[in-house]
Design a protein around this ligand. Structure first.
Ligand SMILES: [Zn+2]
Length: 344
């Protein structure tokens, strides 16, 4: 591995403490029962007041420990929280070898590698929110030796199996009282929800064979984070859902910015998440922007970081204006805080 690559790694794996906060926007709902792909949106009637009056966010759940990696040629974290991205790297000497056909397999999924620096290829795996046991990753790369004329010695298959420990996060409980009609959609609304589940599910099954982004991601809004991923919501005394994304304070009309390069995969008004934009960042990674008041992009567009996707609002099941950000990797929802903490 070259010196440049050596310098690259500490930067890639360095983590900041997550932006924690006290949940102020309280939502959640029937979505879990419906298996709805997008969100969690049912809001107490006082959510607007909470948005306006909430104090500065306070850390919740403590600092996230830095990632520790195992392995030499391949490196993979020894442990991650649940609902997390798992960065996997293959290191090689670019002066004498070229990787081919690298794959990282886990849980029936195969995660794609791409060059991210001199002598470094990277794949992003994922651990689901529901994952409670260690997760096994099977890693494999074929390396071709540059200048080797003997066909028998020109290639070598590098493979390894690693186990990643999964540490459940401490998810706060939230007891909410909501309008029962927001917990129990009408039969007509249920049909609409089922249609939307199919549309969104088909998008998440797309595996665009390019990784569009490179480097760090920026936040989609300047406002503070007001709710964390996975909060356990009890509605009217009954456990109904968990928060499947993170929320940012964003008064109505706030510009929502693309945090990384992506292709606009959906621009649609959905029952739960309201006016929603979904970006396809390639390699099965999607981000979701919900409850917008207006759209500023069209389906199929390629957007660069900083491009205005739309304006924040309170459409769908939201009583107060804010931005709900979701994230999905190969069909698995994960904590979007990782976009800003792991992708560097
Ligand atoms: Zn949310």
């Amino acid at each position: 591995m070259g010196k440049r690559a050596s310098r690259l790694f500490p930067k890639l794996i360095r983590l900041r403490n997550p932006v924690g906060s006290r949940p102020t926007l309280r939502r959640g709902a029937v979505v879990a029962a419906l298996g709805f792909a997008l969100s969690c949106q049912s809001v107490p009637l006082d959510a607007q007041e909470r948005v306006d009056s909430s104090a500065s966010p306070e850390p919740v759940g403590g600092a996230r420990p830095p990632l520790e990696f195992q392995g030499e040629r391949f490196s993979i974290p020894t442990r991650v929280p649940d609902a997390a991205i798992v960065p996997i790297r293959f290191k090689f000497d670019p002066a004498r070898e070229t990787p081919r056909d690298c794959s990282a397999k886990s849980g029936g999924k195969s995660f794609l590698f791409t060059p991210v620096g001199p002598g470094v290829w990277e794949a992003l795996g994922v651990v689901a929110y529901t994952q409670k046991t260690p997760q096994v990753f099977d890693l494999e790369c074929t390396v071709e030796f540059i200048g080797q004329v003997d066909p028998a010695k020109s290639k070598k298959v590098e493979s390894a199996r690693y186990t990643v420990q999964v540490e459940p996060r401490d998810y706060p409980k939230e007891a909410l009282r909501v309008d029962p009609s927001k917990v129990n959609p009408s039969p007509k609304d249920l049909k609409r929800i089922q249609r939307e589940v199919k549309v969104v599910g088909a998008i998440y099954r797309t595996l665009t064979p390019q990784r569009f982004w490179a480097g760090a991601w920026s936040k989609p809004v300047l406002g503070p984070q007001t709710s964390r991923y996975g909060n356990q919501r009890t509605f009217n005394g009954e456990l109904r859902s968990s928060h499947q994304g993170i929320d940012f304070r964003a008064p109505t009309g706030t510009e929502i910015l693309a945090p990384a390069i992506g292709k606009v995969a959906l621009v649609k008004d959905l029952f739960f998440s309201g006016k929603t934009v979904i970006l396809d960042h390639g390699f099965g990674l999607f981000t979701i922007y919900a409850h917008l008041s207006a759209f500023r992009v069209s389906q199929g567009e390629i957007v660069k970081p900083g491009r205005v996707l739309g304006l924040s609002g309170a459409t769908g099941r939201a009583a107060g204006p804010h931005l709900h950000l979701g994230a999905v990797l190969q069909g698995v929802k994960f904590n979007p805080e990782d976009l800003f903490e792991v992708l560097k």
